[in-house]
Write a new protein. Sequence first.
Length: 359
Amino acid sequence: MAELSLQHIDKIYDNNVQAVFDFNLHVNDGELIVLVGPSGCGKSTTLRMVAGLEDISRGKLLLDGKDITAAPAKDRDMAMVFQNYALYGHMTIYENMAFSLTLRNENPNVIHKKVLAAAEILGLTTQLNKKPAQLSGGQRQRVAMGRSIVRNPKVFLFDEPLSNLDAKLRGATRREILLLHKRLQATMLYVTHDQTEALTLADRIVCMSMGHVQQVGTPLELYDTPNNIFVASFIGLPPMNFFDVVFEDGVLKGKGFEAELTDEQKDILSNYVHKQIVLGVRPEDIAEGGSTPMLVTANENLGMNTLVHGYIGDRDGNRVSAKLRGWANHKSGDKITISFNKMHFFDKETTNAIRKEAQ
């Protein structure tokens, strides 16, 4: 497979609108990188620049050390799987998968072996004589992946490949992509707005917002140590709770509550005494019982967990969602107490995470 290097890449359109700003990323051989972020953040534009479907305004794109910034798409040795499958309706599944090799005038026997091998990997062996219209959405997406596999490209590119599938098929196809990656040990770049796909598929995640890279790291790093409020709010479901608080007298004082701190946390906030900061707490890091009062407004049982929504103190307090372990039967209007098992701190002005400075 291949290594891919994106160096200081910008995308500026003819109307001077900039979609991507100073994008830097090194993709290791066999790595699965997921670009995630809300609609319009620049992730698909970045993927299309890698594929050669969009021109790179500034910067360099290297494939195995070779500069391919200006190379046409056909010469990049990459295969792209699109959101809408892009299959030829008049062709059989076999013909769709063989099409790119046929255009290259490959030996028919070689084509046959490659198509059968890809069909075996994807569980499509019994579907090869059918037309795309006879298959389910998940099967059609597998055909699109098979068409890429037979080419044996250096890099696989996926542009929101699961967005047209229902929830059950998304889960099943996501697992197939993960197994495919492990089996092929292929270099893959995958774009999605779905954080579940990002967390479950990626070796590393690139989280983007408004054309800028906000953080690059493993799924655990983005979940556990987000760089800023955007990453903290985007990664994790339900999203992180945020409260404006002041660090005074060794505790955090918010509207209707106080939170005790460990000595290590006090040390982290030593430069923020008497200053307002933002406290972030994930719903799953909230436990029932403690000193912080909560007014319940809704109770959602999920089986092993219960989502409880409400306010800190009363309806004039901060909104809060807690993901409690087990089955709870709280009713609207109930008053309970909660505690925070883990807290994240963010600078109010910069929105960046406040962390202990490296020694």
